[in-house]
Structures are given as C-alpha cells and as structure tokens.
Ligand binder design. Structure first.
Ligand code: WQD
Length: 337
C-alpha cells in the first residue's frame, strides 16, 4: 500500500519538482496550493511528466476549515510543507505578512495534522537561518541568526517545530535547510517561473538570456572571494527534490526527526554562474558591477556530510546541468506563452 503525502505549495517551483520525485518513488501525492506563487499550467505539466492525474486542493494553508476537510477526506501518512513566502527583499517591506503566512501557516497546518493524527512532517527551511556564516563550509551546528524577516520566519519555524516535538513524542520532523535551488526538470515543462522581476540570481540571469531583461547587475565585486563576487552553494532543484524523498523515507523507516543541510558543498561565484549560463545559452550575457546588496554574506556553502550520513543524500547534478536545464525550461516555457 503506497503511503500518501500532502504537499503544501506543491504547485510551486520546489514543490512541483518534489511532486515528480515522490510519484516516481512510488508515493501517492495530494497538492494543496493557493497559486499565490505558482502558475496555473503546473498541474497539467505534472500530469504530462508523471502520467498520473493530479489531485489538488486550491486553498490557503491558513484556512483551517479547508485543511480539516482535506484531512478528513484523505488519510495522509505525512505532510511536506512548502507553502510560504520566500522573497528576502519583500519580507523587509512586509514583515507582518511574512509572519502571518510563514508562521501562522505552519502552526495552522500542524494543528490540523495533530487533530487528524498525522505526525510526520518535512519542513522547508533555508540556509538563511545561518545569517552571515562565521566559517565555511557551514555545518548544521553553526550559530543560527537571521538577517531579514524571511530568515527570521524560518528560524522561528524551526523553533516552533522543536518545541512541539519536545512536548509530544508522536511528532517526527525532517527539517531541510536549502542552500540555493536552481535549474529545472529535464522535460522543460516545469521550472522557476517568477511573476515579477526576480530577486534571485539564477532566474534573473535566465531572463537576461531570454532577452526579457537588458543585463545582470552583479552586486559587489570586492568581496574576499576568488573573483571578488559572491559565492553560493547552488543545488539543482531535482537533487533537492530527491533529498525530500530521502527525508520522508527516513521518517518512515526510523521514526526519527533530523535537521540537515541540502547543498552540494561546492561554492560557485556570481561570475562563474554567469559564465556557465552564457555557455548554456550560447552567448556572452551582459552585466555590470553595482554596489553590494545589504545583508549579503561574501560566501555561503554547505557542509553536506550530515545529510549524507543521516539520509544517504548526495547531490549529483553539476553547474552545467543546472544551467542547461534552466535554459531548456526557458525555451520550452517561452514556446508555450
Ligand atoms: C545569490 C548571489 C547576490 C541577484 C536567498 C535566500 C535563500 C533562498 C535563495 C529561498 C548573492 C548575487 C543576486 C542579482 C547578484 N531563498 N546577486 N545580482 O541571497 O544567496 O539566498 O535566496 O529559499 O533562503 O536567502 O540568493 O540568488 O538572491 O543571491 O549579484 O540580481 O547572487 O549578491 O551573492 P541568496 P540570491
């Protein structure tokens, strides 16, 4: 009997890729999404990729009555919780909206889960909980802090989960700290599809490559890094999705919670990513150096050792595949529009 998983935010960028990985791993999956940050074409694309009809409920994770009805209709074995706001810059402008959605949504979900007797949870956290790292690579034992309201909601979300688990041993939670998710499914049918001008590096570069934006602004060229530009741990979104499957497998196998980094352990600079994308799209992409973005650490990349030990997780897709898969998605998606 396949285990049944509720995927909140399952029509979003990471959620949709995790949906595919879970179906391919033999799980049954139900999606909850309010489409605040997801395209209406995604469920159809998921059916095309998996060959399986999509079961989706369009509700907000803050809607407790809707959650109770969904849990009454489906006997879930676990929940993977992606539904949250995730733009760092926006979180500075709208902190209360981020607290309500990211923290209120988590509490509402966990209350509905407990009432339904579902105590297995995978939580989407972020390397943002490390703030500006004191040393590199970053282990899970590194000091935690927050540089912005978005990072704060992830830090407090982890604390809410820790307090809940301490008070009720029925809970088993996998906390996954994502580094920098990029790339797209090989089909080109799903990928990162920001509605506005992207805050993040890879989708911005993709829009420059597509001719939708004139050039990339490189935020700072005077960091203490090999080429002076920021260094990040870019991880292919399909590797990230595989990490969620392994996290669920571990919860069902051992009944033990875990908090692990999902990164490659390899840092690449802004200019290195730009160069790799230029190669993928076949032309040198224009850029300019601009002042640093406040709050940005010079470098951030994971110590991936604990995820390997606890989950057997190791990222397999390299920088070239991250860029070629993104460019394939841009061309496939653009062909649709
Ligand atoms: C990467 C590098 C920028 C844009 C954040 C969140 C993290 C996760 C990913 C949600 C930095 C530089 C960027 C641009 C640039 N979000 N840059 N020009 O800040 O590492 O991480 O997004 O899960 O939780 O903290 O990602 O892509 O914004 O920046 O030069 O137009 O690219 O300075 O060095 P970041 P990013």
């Amino acid at each position: 009997m396949s285990k049944r998983i509720l995927l909140t935010g399952g029509a979003g960028y990471i959620g949709s890729h995790t949906y595919v990985a879970l179906i391919e791993a033999g799980y049954e999956v139900v999606i909850l999404d309010n489409f605040a940050n997801a395209a209406r074409r995604v469920p159809g694309a998921l059916e095309q990729i998996t060959g399986v009809p999509v079961t989706l409920f369009e509700h907000d994770v803050l809607d407790r009555a809707a959650l109770d009805a969904i849990f009454a209709e489906h006997a879930f074995d676990a929940v993977v919780h992606f539904a949250a706001l995730k733009a760092v810059g926006e979180s500075v402008e709208k902190p209360l909206e981020y607290m309500q959605c990211n923290l209120g949504g988590l509490v509402t979900l966990m209350q509905a889960m407990a009432q339904a007797g579902v105590f297995n949870l995978v939580f989407s956290s972020s390397a943002a909980v490390y703030g500006v790292p004191e040393s590199l690579p970053i282990p899970e034992t590194a000091p935690l802090s927050h540089a912005n309201p978005y990072g704060y909601t992830k830090l407090v979300g982890e604390e809410i989960i820790a307090q809940t688990c301490a008070s009720d041993p029925r809970w088993s939670v996998g906390v996954l700290r994502y580094f920098n998710p990029v790339g797209a499914h090989t089909s080109g049918l799903i990928g990162e599809d920001p509605k506005d001008i992207p805050n993040n590096l890879m989708p911005y570069i993709a829009k420059v490559a597509a001719g939708e934006l004139p050039q990339l602004s490189v935020f700072g060229d005077d960091y203490a890094t090999p080429d002076g530009t920021g260094v990040r741990d870019f991880i292919h979104v399909c590797d990230l999705a595989d990490g969620h499957v392994l996290s669920l497998n571990a919860l069902f196998r051992d009944g033990l919670g875990h908090t692990v980094n999902l990164g490659t352990g390899q840092g690449y600079s802004v200019l290195e990513l730009l160069g790799a994308y230029s190669k993928a799209c076949g032309r040198d992409l224009p850029f300019q150096f601009t002042p640093r973005r406040p709050g940005d650490p010079a470098a951030s990349y994971a110590d991936p050792g604990l995820a390997k030990d606890v989950l057997g997780f190791k990222a397999t897709r390299g920088l070239e595949e991250m860029c070629t898969s993104s460019w394939h998605w841009i061309n496939t998606c653009a062909a649709d529009n």
